[in-house]
Design a protein around this ligand. Structure first.
Ligand SMILES: CC(C)(COP(=O)(O)OP(=O)(O)OC[C@H]1O[C@@H](n2cnc3c(N)ncnc32)[C@H](O)[C@@H]1OP(=O)(O)O)[C@@H](O)C(=O)NCCC(=O)NCCS
Length: 410
């Protein structure tokens, strides 16, 4: 069965009653989906997306206080035969795209994977063919063959592969990204797989600059020091500078247009995001060694300490410092921090198609293309695409070490 074909069950309307009886949609062969109820807390560990043990009373509170606010965002996977909750699917919808985050109780083994696949296809069919959405995306561990065969058989397309991203059973496993593009939107917009991806720059990875030997003291509060720039924690006052730089921005292609942020909000963000013991965002201010001027930021985003990966991000607020190798120098310091201090296994990066300079910089820094995903943001009267990259710690360690010339991209 493909995603476009509804299974027979969804067309049946039986008498209202317990379980799936009477439910007219999101009902499959073995499982059906429904919203969470307080009583589902009793088997919370089967479906709540957490690694940690949580008492049913706390899960009940979480259902009432958090989950219930987000209507439709989390659906429970329930076994038809006995109404046992066996998993859940979170539907993350921040922009145009819908990301599915399914979880099925691992204790069910292969049976659970079958239910997971069925739930993915039910939700995808509903979002695309009933709710008219253009694209559904899914993160899928590469070792779940049962799920992969089912979703590929139903027409989902493998769009990207982040190598060795997940830690499972003492092994590293690739994380695959799948997309399902709406057939109706394909007629209107054309197949984005045909969209050309322009590549600028030399495409050649450069050697990693060797560690800098300092004659005197390090720059104030520096954590990583390069030849021309150093990384320090963000500090009060950086938010005000960032807001001023944003008001003077001249380029529009590297994000969905320009941003105007309140300096008060940025200062609060700096203050708040450094507080957790294991922060999910680790942001560094990039400063010039010659005069301590703040010229940009590099960051590890959504750090996953269990699987040991993060997304990398860079932003040089002053356009005078773009295209001159400063971003790549700062990124190499960030990679050293990520791999050698934090112990990450790999990093990933996402780039708008139009941002050819950022993609060229990543290639130069040693990243490899991991694929492309489509229709994630509106642009020029259509929906536009991302090119994705990854870099493994062992690849970065194997890159040659060599001092750069004064202008490394010359
Ligand atoms: C992305 C960014 C951090 C990269 O740092 P950088 O110092 O500019 O990068 P580098 O100078 O080391 O490398 C730039 C590469 O792009 C190429 N390039 C330079 N200017 C370019 C342009 N206008 N268009 C396309 N390619 C360009 C260069 O040739 C170089 O590649 P090569 O050395 O292989 O030839 C920086 O440009 C920036 O802050 N841009 C704005 C914010 C942004 O785009 N952030 C990333 C979002 S994904």
């Amino acid at each position: 069965m493909t995603i476009a074909e509804a299974p027979e069950e969804t067309k049946l309307v039986s008498a209202p009653g317990a379980g799936h009886e009477g439910q007219t949609f999101l009902v499959g062969d073995e499982v059906y989906l429904r919203g969470a109820e307080e009583a589902d807390a009793k088997v919370g560990m089967s479906w709540r997306p957490t690694l940690f043990p949580v008492a049913p009373e706390l899960t009940e509170e979480w259902i009432r206080d958090d989950l219930a606010k987000d209507d439709n965002a989390t659906l429970l996977i329930v076994r038809k035969s006995d109404d046992r909750v066996v998993g859940s699917v979170k539907i993350d919808n921040e922009g145009i795209d819908h990301w599915l985050e399914p979880k099925v109780d691992a204790l069910y083994g292969e049976r659970g994977l079958r239910w997971k696949a069925e739930a993915i296809l039910l939700v995808t069919r509903w979002l695309i063919h009933e709710r008219g959405q253009p694209v559904v995306l899914l993160d899928q561990p590469a070792d779940e063959t049962v799920v992969i065969e089912a979703i590929e058989g139903a027409g989902m397309r493998r769009a990207a592969c982040f190598r060795e991203m997940l830690a499972r059973d003492g092994r590293r496993v690739d994380r695959l990204l799948y997309e399902y593009l709406s057939p109706e939107w394909l007629v209107t917009l054309g197949d984005p797989n045909d969209a050309p991806l322009e590549r600028t720059g030399s495409g050649e990875p450069r050697p990693v600059p060797p560690p800098v030997t300092l004659d005197g003291d390090p720059p104030r509060n520096a954590m990583m020091v390069g030849k021309r720039v150093y990384l320090r924690p963000e500090e009060p006052g950086d938010g005000v500078k960032s807001a001023l730089m944003a008001r003077q921005e001249t380029e529009t292609f590297f994000d969905i247009g320009r941003h105007l942020n309140s300096p008060v909000m940025l200062e609060k963000w700096i203050n708040d995001h450094q507080k957790p013991d294991l922060p999910s965002w680790i942001t560094f201010a990039v400063c010039l060694r010659e005069n301590d001027e703040l010229v940009g930021w590099v960051a590890l985003l959504d750090v996953d300490y269990q699987n040991r990966f993060a997304e990398t991000g860079s932003f040089f607020g002053n356009p005078a410092y773009r295209g001159g190798g400063y971003g790549s120098e700062a990124k190499q310091l960030l990679l050293e921090y990520a791999f050698e201090r934090l112990g990450l296994h790999m990093v990933q990066s996402w780039v708008f198609f139009e941002n050819t300079r950022s993609a060229a910089a990543l290639r130069k820094q040693g990243y490899r293309e991991a694929g492309r995903i489509h229709w994630l943001y509106p642009n020029n009267g259509t929906l536009d695409n991302f090119v994705l990259f990854d870099l493994l710690a062992e690849e970065w360690r194997a890159m040659p070490r060599q001092e750069w010339e004064a202008k490394p991209d010359a």
